[in-house]
Design a protein around this ligand. Structure first.
Ligand SMILES: NC(=O)c1ccc[n+]([C@@H]2O[C@H](COP(=O)([O-])OP(=O)(O)OC[C@H]3O[C@@H](n4cnc5c(N)ncnc54)[C@H](OP(=O)(O)O)[C@@H]3O)[C@@H](O)[C@H]2O)c1
Length: 296
């Protein structure tokens, strides 16, 4: 039996669905059973637990052959101390693995998690990696995912209204853009595969792409010119604050473009069949971005 935490989230839902489609017994874990109803319809056992509660998480993990662990959500815009939130979840998940003796874990981390600092929310995943490695006896596969293609949804309004993507990334810096579905499927495949020891697997997307190429892909898909405009990191910070993002989270989020533009945030493994995921930027734009653009 495989336990999927974060099962109502993007990677967790994809992992659970993939395992169910292949006939495995899945326990889908989340805070709200209503968000797990579709997985229940598809045959999952559902279990209500909050990732920050070690006792509830230990109950959720009991009896698992292997578990997928995710610190979620991606970030909480108005949180006063998001690093503390991440650390509390990491501590509870580690405690639950230790108490239950789950033999195998696949856990979600990020590109850049090799660094203790200077990477925004990714530094919390560095600390998660260190903390979980103290759980005795668990074989852990770390999935260090690249930059989510779904982050491009932040630009829907701007593309719709101004035919522009405005972001603080250097337009020519190559980004490993990966879909959350591909991350979830990789997690499911890792869970179902025999594995001993601790391992890191980067998920780098189908290929590296620049923000110029992103604008070009959208241009081609909608048949109208879309341009990329680089904004300063300072202007990005001001935009976040104006949108009601807390000082703490805004400071954290501005570390990301700085780290990307300087190469501090980067992949470390070679591009191989194992680190490459199937969905191309063009496919994501066609099947997910353009429908979302037309929907609202
Ligand atoms: N963004 C990126 O480019 C990137 C790249 C690499 C790695 N990552 C990592 O990916 C992870 C996120 O994975 P994901 O995308 O699968 O998750 P996600 O989709 O962001 O998770 C969404 C789920 O989080 C839960 N949630 C919402 N608000 C919450 C709150 N205040 N407290 C606790 N839970 C809350 C909800 O579940 P319920 O309410 O149903 O419990 C919701 O379904 C993060 O650790 C992030 O650092 C992100």
């Amino acid at each position: 039996m495989y336990v999927i935490t974060g099962a109502s989230g993007r990677t967790g839902r994809a992992a659970a669905s993939h395992l169910l489609e292949h006939g495995y017994h899945v326990r889908a874990v989340g805070r709200d059973p209503r968000n797990l109803a579709r997985l229940a319809d598809d045959g999952a056992e559902t279990h209500q637990a909050d990732q920050s509660d070690p006792t509830a998480m230990a109950t959720a993990l009991r009896g698992a052959d292997a578990a997928y662990l995710v610190i979620q959500p991606n970030y909480i815009p108005d949180h006063p101390d998001f690093a503390a939130f991440q650390d509390q979840a990491a501590a509870a998940l580690t405690d639950a693995v230790t108490r239950t003796g789950v033999p195998r874990v696949v856990a979600l981390s990020s590109w850049g998690a090799q660094h203790p600092s200077g990477t925004g929310p990714v530094a919390g995943l560095h600390r998660f990696e260190n903390r979980l490695s103290t759980a005795p006896g668990a074989d852990i596969t770390w999935l260090r995912a690249g930059y989510y293609m779904e982050n491009l949804f932040d630009h829907l309004d701007s593309v719709r209204t101004h035919r522009r993507i405005i972001a603080p990334f250097d337009p020519d810096v190559p980004l490993p853009l990966v879909t959350t579905t591909d991350v979830g499927i990789a997690a499911a495949e890792e869970l179902a595969r025999p594995q001993t020891g601790t391992r890191i697997r980067e998920l780098q997307g189908e290929r590296d792409v620049t923000m110029h190429e992103v604008a070009q892909a959208i241009t081609t898909a909608i048949g109208a010119p879309v341009t990329y405009e680089r904004r300063t990191v300072k202007a990005f910070h001001e935009q976040l604050r104006e949108a009601g993002v807390s000082d703490n989270v805004a400071a954290m989020m501005t570390e990301v473009p700085r780290a990307v533009n300087t190469g501090h945030l980067r992949m470390t493994q070679p591009r191989t069949p194992e680190t490459t995921t199937p969905t191309s930027l063009e496919s994501f734009i066609r099947t997910e971005f353009v429908p979302a653009l037309n929907a609202s």
